[in-house]
Design a protein around this ligand. Structure first.
Ligand code: 5GP
Ligand code: ZN
Length: 113
């Protein structure tokens, strides 16, 4: 399968890693939209959050736990941050491997574009 984030998870595609766990990985976004812009992914390939079966949905909690840890370690909290999951074409998803964006370091606005 030709998936860039699987390549990062397997080490064949370079990335600036922020966290490496057994099931979850975090790395810097190539095109950052905030002073801190990390992508947190499961090592296992899911095409989108919609494709995570109910019996495996715990992986999403593991990703959120990694986000909390990174926010604490990097002094992002208590300032604040934004977690974003784009899903599908109208959701703005461009890479077909589930990822959670962790954005921080500037004032966020609402609604998003
Ligand atoms: P999406 O639009 O699918 O939610 O977000 C995909 C994100 O992946 C984008 O923010 C984009 O900059 C990032 N991205 C795309 N290709 C690469 C890559 O090869 N390496 C890294 N680190 N980020 C990437
Ligand atoms: Zn993948």
């Amino acid at each position: 399968m030709d998936c860039i984030f699987c390549g990062i998870a397997q080490g064949s595609v370079p990335a600036a890693l922020a966290y490496e766990g057994e099931r979850v990985l975090a790395f810097s976004d190539l095109n950052p939209q905030a002073p801190t812009h990390l992508l947190i992914i499961p090592r296992k390939h899911y095409a989108s959050i919609q494709d995570v079966p109910a019996e495996e949905i715990g992986i999403v909690g593991e990703i959120v736990t990694v986000a909390q840890d990174l926010a604490r370690e990097r002094g992002i909290w208590p300032g604040g941050y934004r977690l974003v999951v784009n899903a599908g074409q109208e959701g703005g998803q461009t890479v077909g491997h589930l990822h959670v964006h962790l954005l921080a370091g500037r004032q966020m606005h609402w609604p998003p574009g």
